[in-house]
Design a protein around this ligand. Sequence first.
Ligand SMILES: *Cc1c(COP(=O)(O)O)cnc(C)c1O
Length: 452
Amino acid sequence: MTQKLKYERPFIKKMNTGLMNKFGTQNEATAVIDIDGVAIKGLVTEYSSPLFVLSEKQIRRNYRAALRAFNTRYPKVQFAWSYKTNYLNAVCNIFHQEGSWAEVVSGFEYRKALNNGVAGEHIIFNGPQKTTEDLLLAIQNNSLIHIDHFDELYALISLCEETGKKPRVAVRVNMDTGVYPIWDRFGFNYENGEAWSAISKIVASGKMLLVGLHCHIGTFMLSTAAYGVAAAKMSELAIRCKTTLKNPIEYLDLGGGFPSTNTLKGAYLPGVDTVPSVDDFAEVITTTLLEAGFKHEELPLLILENGRVLIDDAGYLLGSVIANKRLSDGRRSVIVDFGVNTLFTSLWYDHKISPAQEASQHTDNVVLYGPLCMNIDMLRESVNLPALEPGDHLVVHKVGAYNITQWMQFITMRPAVVLIDEQRQPHLIRKAETLEYLEMPEVLPEYLKGVK
Ligand SMILES: *Cc1c(COP(=O)(O)O)cnc(C)c1O
């Protein structure tokens, strides 16, 4: 018996044949079948799909390259891992093994850093919300408390009186670096004198040790010049602290914010071709500091709190095709088993997505949807992919930053995370969530229980 073929409205569209595009970059549709030599098919079979995979080799390589970029140009450099970028304990411990301190922005992150064995004095406590309990714990552990606003400063002064301790503090400074909008909601402003006023109040109180100055001028910053401006303004404040207040500054913390090589949505050129390197940022920052007028032996320690640039390209998300579908306008669409709730950064980036099995060189533009019953669940509006069958696998690249901390359980639960070590051994570092886990904190009132 012959089956009548289903009619599909004809639709004419340019076919891509896997050639280099005009920028010479490789076509996205090239298959990626392993990560650090570990077969993707095997990973999905063993740990299920979707699955986050992190490369320990790439994390360490990124960290060492960034450290080298700075400590070959400047005598005293210290990195502090930004916990909110990816606070899986396995990840934090890789950075701590490499010598990184911890940079935290909440009470639970602070406690996570302590539990990871970071010495109290190597934890930098940032952020606008630190409870009294958090501040007391940070004072007890001699951590670096970065003051965000005047109310926090006054609260700290009374805690110093209560405890009789002298905490080590820094002031978070915001400023005009030529990149707009200015992140002026964090810290004290440089231009209007507020930062200097906070500094003067701290020193005058005699209750705290003002040891540092901090700024974090933005995130995914594409301008190296902005860091030159920041380093100059921070140096000016530090020198004024020494000369006017006789309070030398031990460290300048320039925050994070360097971009990863992801492509921002709407960008004309791919991120790999446009984003400045860590060396570019290091050159501007260290040159500015070295020429700012510090005596050589009084050069402050330079602290960096980078997050995304150190881990984004070490993270992958593996997923599976659920179905192919023709949209009413003729475009091809593919539905996959991970949505925007799992891949939060798909809201900012056009992530590179590759098929995970050899496929035809012929590709066309498809709309990539997640499995949620929500119209916004679109991962890529247009991505070049070969024909895919249900059950085929895909790899999303550069997802190591801000996904495993911002993902949410919505319709689907959060998937497992695997770390591939430097000997190519996969390790489960976070289990996939289960219904039991999800309902653990729920409480069903007695009167609602039982058969309805
Ligand atoms: C988020 C954050 C960082 C890390 O930012 P990246 O853009 O990921 O480098 C560093 N410092 C502070 C204070 C932050 O809030």
